[in-house]
Design a protein around this ligand. Structure first.
Ligand code: AMP
Ligand code: ZN
Length: 203
């Protein structure tokens, strides 16, 4: 029996940006591909990939880097994709470097969700403040602050070593249920409002 995929953003009402991420026509899982066609959402691009604004940013700075070629997810990758992933990382890192030149206090992680909710491979580029009204629930938090978030450099290493990225879906989905923990000091918090006010103390 086919298992239904959940959308971690189904509880989102409106994108934070006033600019519409894409037309609402079509299946929501294809939303990123539509957004790639919207010039107002594109921040960087080259021959191989496009970097877009995340329509429901979970931090002050949150972008997605997608290949132009139709690669659906980590599962579709093989050794021939190493240079593409390196290129995507370079595009993301170059943009991060520009942002950090303006504000050296910013810190970022660049990586992939073990089990993504949207189709077309996408690398998250996200600042570590997690200061956003779109960051609402435990799944959002744990998707960026447990092993569910796999650094881009780790994915590239896996691909070079094993020729594939193996994702144990059951294991990764369990990670989303872990208790909430601050990503800076490691202390446990009982709910999202407490976590969100706690992380502001690290600013
Ligand atoms: P993932 O869980 O890795 O599939 O993350 C998908 C990301 O896409 C989330 O961070 C969402 O906020 C973001 N997102 C959802 N729909 C859109 C859209 N139409 N355009 C741009 N970003 C989107
Ligand atoms: Zn803390």
């Amino acid at each position: 029996m086919a298992t239904k995929r959940s959308r971690r953003d189904s509880d989102e009402d409106e994108p934070v940006s006033k600019i519409k991420p894409s037309s609402n026509k079509g299946h929501w899982m294809l939303g990123l591909v539509k957004t790639m066609e919207n010039p107002e959402m594109i921040v960087e691009e080259d021959d191989l990939c496009v970097m877009i604004k995340d329509a429901y940013p979970k931090a002050c700075h949150h972008y997605l880097v997608l290949p132009r070629s139709e690669i659906s997810s980590l599962k579709s990758l093989n050794r021939t994709h190493v240079s593409l992933l390196e290129n995507m990382l370079t595009v993301g890192q170059t943009y991060v470097d520009k942002l950090k030149a303006k504000d050296p206090s910013l810190t970022f992680r660049l990586g992939y969700h073990g089990v993504p909710s949207m189709t077309r491979l996408h690398m998250h580029v996200i600042s570590q403040d997690f200061d956003s009204p779109c960051l609402k629930n435990k799944k959002h938090w744990n998707s960026f602050n447990t092993e569910f978030f796999i650094d881009a450099s780790t994915v590239i290493q896996m691909l070079k070593k094993n020729g594939q990225v193996i994702v144990d879906k059951g294991h990764y989905e369990e990670l989303l249920k872990l208790p909430l923990k601050c990503h800076v000091c490691g202390c446990g918090l009982s709910n999202m409002p407490k976590l969100k006010s706690h992380i502001l103390s690290h600013k």
